[in-house]
Design a protein around this ligand. Structure first.
Ligand code: OGA
Ligand code: NI
Length: 365
């Protein structure tokens, strides 16, 4: 079979590793060099640090109250959060704070390991052939692509039988178990939110939740943002919307950096220990026929503190079609999005992200 080598040639492996190391942002940051031009935004990010004019604050939703019979006011807040922000901070979500701390601590420990240790789980085969999963950087598809100031570890968590354990870290030792449990916890929180969404739209309670069957995908993305000397010119993560259906994030407990676009301004997501940030992805915007919004967000870089986030993306079964729910289409609200297979949407997203374009725009009717 062509393309298969009996043993990787060790010289090629070493060259590949060197090449990969030279692209890791953490290595760049430690070298003390200035950010290479490929990281510099062509339209300088002048407004990056200017405070927004709005005093609007990211909504905080009590998930426990939301499910109770006297939670009507919380439901109003929840609906407004989904329609006008597309994200909210969830409290009383049921995951113990000591466990969330463990997830954050283990993730930080992983990124603080020596380069050789992390490269055992690299997303580049022989330092060259790119894989979606593993430790490294996002794919570079174009020479003129502007890069982001972060390294990441990307892993498929569900379905369980599709896990690629060869890129799941074994160091720290409890990493795999903790990620497994965090995946389960996230699934429970997701179901709670999906049911509440159906309720505020007065639909059958399981209409969203049943879309996520046993083949639904959940990916974890561990983002590590090293110190950056020029946060005025470089993004931690450039503006984007999530191509997932829904994203649940565990953010750094001390360092802010995530911002959301609201009424043409960038609003900071505050540090809020023990909460989870819930972000509507393009998938739910499509399924809700545009009632719930998938927000544009970005991460600014920081010259003084490193930052970490653990991001759980939920998408439907890759073979399943994504389209507005029938119940949400009528004469007053016609169908707003074309039907698309989930895996095609995700493939498009990786291409458009590299080009700085928004995938959802291509599916609007
Ligand atoms: C993402 C994302 C935000 C953060 O990974 O899609 O928006 O704070 N991350 O890391
Ligand atoms: Ni995002």
């Amino acid at each position: 079979m062509f393309g298969l080598r009996p043993y990787p040639n060790s010289k090629v492996m070493e060259e590949g590793k060197k090449e990969m190391g030279s692209r890791l942002v953490q290595e760049l940051a430690m070298s003390g060099r200035d950010a290479p031009t490929s990281y510099i935004q062509r339209d300088p990010v002048r407004q990056i640090n200017s405070p927004p004019h709005t005093s609007a604050q990211v909504p905080v939703i009590d998930l426990n109250r939301l499910s109770q019979s006297d939670g009507a006011d919380e439901s109003v807040k929840f609906r407004d959060a989904l329609q006008s922000w597309g994200l909210f901070l969830a409290v009383n979500h049921g995951i113990p704070s000591s466990f969330l701390d463990e997830v954050l601590n283990l993730s930080t420990e992983f990124f603080h390991l020596p380069l050789e240790e992390k490269q055992k789980f690299a997303n580049l085969v022989d330092g060259k052939e790119f894989k979606l999963e593993g430790y490294g950087n996002d794919i570079v598809l174009r020479d003129d692509q502007t890069l982001d100031w972060n390294d990441r570890l990307y892993l498929l968590v569900q379905p369980e039988d599709q896990r690629n354990l060869d890129v799941w870290p074994t160091n720290p030792v409890s990493f795999r178990d903790v990620l497994h449990t965090f995946g389960k916890n996230t699934q429970t929180v997701r179901a709670q939110i999906l049911r509440a969404m159906a309720k505020v739209l007065e639909l059958k309670e399981d209409c969203f939740v049943k879309q996520f069957d046993e083949k639904a995908n959940m990916y974890a993305r561990f983002n590590y943002y090293p110190l950056c000397k020029r946060p005025d010119l470089v993004f931690g993560l450039k503006p984007h919307a999530d191509a997932s259906a829904m994203t649940i994030l565990l953010l750094d407990k001390e360092v802010a950096g995530l911002q959301v676009r609201k009424n043409a301004e960038w609003v900071d997501v505050p540090v809020f220990p023990d909460s989870l940030l819930v972000v509507i992805g393009d998938g739910i915007e499509i399924m809700s026929n545009g009632i719930f919004k998938s927000p544009i967000h970005r991460v600014v870089a920081n010259s003084e503190k490193e930052r970490l986030s653990v991001v759980m993306f939920s998408a439907l079964d890759p073979e399943k079609n994504l389209e507005p729910l029938d119940e949400l289409i009528d004469e007053t609200r016609p169908r707003m999005y074309k039907m698309v297979k989930t895996k095609d949407y995700l493939a498009d997203h990786f291409k458009h992200f590299a080009e700085g374009k928004r995938t959802l725009d291509f599916y609007k009717i």
